[in-house]
Design a protein around this ligand. Structure first.
Ligand code: CTP
Length: 478
């Protein structure tokens, strides 16, 4: 059979033996044109040699961008590339693969070298829809699905866990391994779920890097606050739960109008209130704000326009939520009223019931006259004030009931007394660990009856509550 001139050239040329820079630019060109590297070389040689009587014109098939192998294998499903970083939270990435697939997403995994110390590519590949990718210069994928192809053949990139080191590399634009090369080459949305020791998360370098990444348009989910995987470590830095990350990934992938709370305005209160005694002292309570923050995050992930009025807490602003911080109950009420009208109002704050009638403008000093006498006066009830409004009453008003005894009876009485539609009741006796803890056991009290939920992480309680709200507000299933 007669060989064309360029076929002779290609036959004597081993692409793999080309210098790295040349190979890299060939890979970029090939990916951009949707061809294999060999076809790209063939096209370049054809252009260089020019029309020859011996060379048949390129076929339409050769000229056309080749169908993307992976896109076709995704069977019409949205595709997520999950980059697993190297941290103890990497074990949760395996659950995340399942959660993403539960949402009907096509999942492909990339593991950093450090991640492979915690989970194996075999396990990630077995759970995902494709083998796991680990090397920038992978013999199996070098020409077919190199980092440029991996960066493009996806609809969303999720980085979980995103370690301090990985965030630093992303902020600096490093590309010295497959994960960072993909992150640098992609034009797709990127969602990162940071996970690290609290000291690393609060370090000035990490603060700088995350601020830079936020400016670059990177989406963040978490980190949460709580017990760390390492013994005796607690604080902010815990990776968000897989179900929450999957929910955020789903929200980034879905067209907003299909989200269940799209177009709804939601108001959430959270945290304690601080009631001043004098300029340095205040009355407060043990609320951590975690449940209210999780609800605000879940509502935003469901497409709602969310305002969170928060008392003083140590939590980062949830993704996509407008946060206003206040201290005292009366300020909280003023801000809540300013946000109206809303469709749904959820009052998760542990508002102080009393304040000092006349807070001192000067620090109260010890005197020989004995103890200071503080006169307490009742704070306005924010929930009841909003639930009983005749103008601009939200369609759905939800209160919380924090009880230490007769949980259901007290909560039902609270529902009637305050005029709200639902009460989310929980037992906050110290032995339950709910106040300040990460999990919650809920009884949802409506005018139709009481529903008891199993003990769940506060993020999961939030996700279920928001799903129930969406059912009630009458939008179709997402
Ligand atoms: N709440 C409020 N404003 C207040 C007190 C409570 O908005 N001044 C709201 C809380 O946000 C919660 C609900 O009312 O949604 C119930 O709070 P809880 O502390 O359980 O009840 P209290 O009204 O304080 O009643 P009690 O202390 O007698 O249990």
């Amino acid at each position: 059979m007669l060989e064309t001139a360029e076929e002779k050239s290609v036959a004597s040329l081993t692409v793999r033996k080309l210098e790295d820079a040349l190979k890299a630019s060939l890979r970029v060109r090939a990916a951009e044109n949707g061809r294999s590297v060999e076809d790209e070389v063939r096209m370049i040689l054809r252009e260089a040699v020019g029309p020859s009587p011996l060379s048949p014109p390129p076929t339409a098939q050769e000229l056309a961008p080749q169908p993307r192998r992976v896109a076709a294998s995704a069977g019409g499903r949205a595709r997520v590339t999950l980059i697993i970083g190297g941290g103890i939270a990497a074990y949760k990435a395996l659950d995340l693969i399942r959660r993403l697939k539960d949402r009907g997403l096509h999942v492909r995994c990339v593991l950093t070298a450090a991640a492979q110390r915690f989970v194996t590519p075999l396990a990630a590949g077995a759970l995902a829809d494709d083998r796991a990718y680990t090397d920038l210069f992978d013999a199996q994928s070098e020409f077919d699905a190199g980092h440029i192809r991996l960066a493009r053949d996806t609809d969303l990139i999720v980085v979980a866990p995103a370690t301090a080191d990985l965030l630093a590399k992303m902020a600096q634009g490093h590309a010295d391994d497959l994960a960072t090369a993909i992150l640098l080459a992609t034009h797709r949305p990127v969602l990162v779920a940071p996970a690290m020791n609290p000291a690393m998360w609060s370090h000035a370098a990490t603060r700088r890097n995350t601020a830079q990444l936020a400016r670059d348009g990177i989406h963040f989910i978490g980190p949460g606050t709580g017990e760390m995987a390492e013994a005796n470590e607690a604080g902010t830095g815990r990776m968000s739960e897989p179900i929450t990350i999957a929910e955020a990934a789903g929200a980034l992938l879905r067209p907003p109008a299909s989200l269940r709370l799209y177009g709804r305005k939601v108001l959430v209160t959270a945290g304690p209130t601080y009631e001043p005694i004098d300029p340095v002292r205040y009355i407060a309570n043990r609320s951590s704000g975690k449940q209210g923050y999780a609800i605000a995050a879940a509502a935003a992930a469901a497409g709602a326009d969310v305002t969170l009025i928060s008392g003083p807490v140590e939590l980062p602003d949830p993704v996509g939520v407008h946060v206003e911080r206040v201290e005292a109950a009366r300020d909280m009420l003023t801000r809540v009223e300013a946000v109206l009208p809303v469709d749904i109002a959820i009052f998760a704050a542990a508002v102080a019931d009393w304040r000092v009638a006349e807070a001192s403008t000067q620090k109260i000093k010890k005197t020989t006259d004995g103890q200071p006498h503080l006169t307490l006066t009742e704070n306005p009830d924010i929930l009841a004030t909003i639930a009983k409004r005749s103008v601009d009453r939200p369609d759905l008003v939800i209160g919380f009931a924090a009880e230490t005894e007769h949980l259901i009876d007290n909560a039902q009485a609270k529902l009637r007394r305050k005029g709200c539609d639902w009460i989310v009741a929980n037992d906050v006796s110290p032995e339950t660990g709910i106040m300040g803890g990460d999990s919650n056991t809920i009884h949802l009290i409506t005018r139709d009856g009481t529903e008891s939920w199993p003990a769940m992480h506060k993020d999961d309680v939030a996700a279920v509550l928001i799903a129930r709200i969406a059912d009630k507000m009458g939008k179709g299933d997402a």
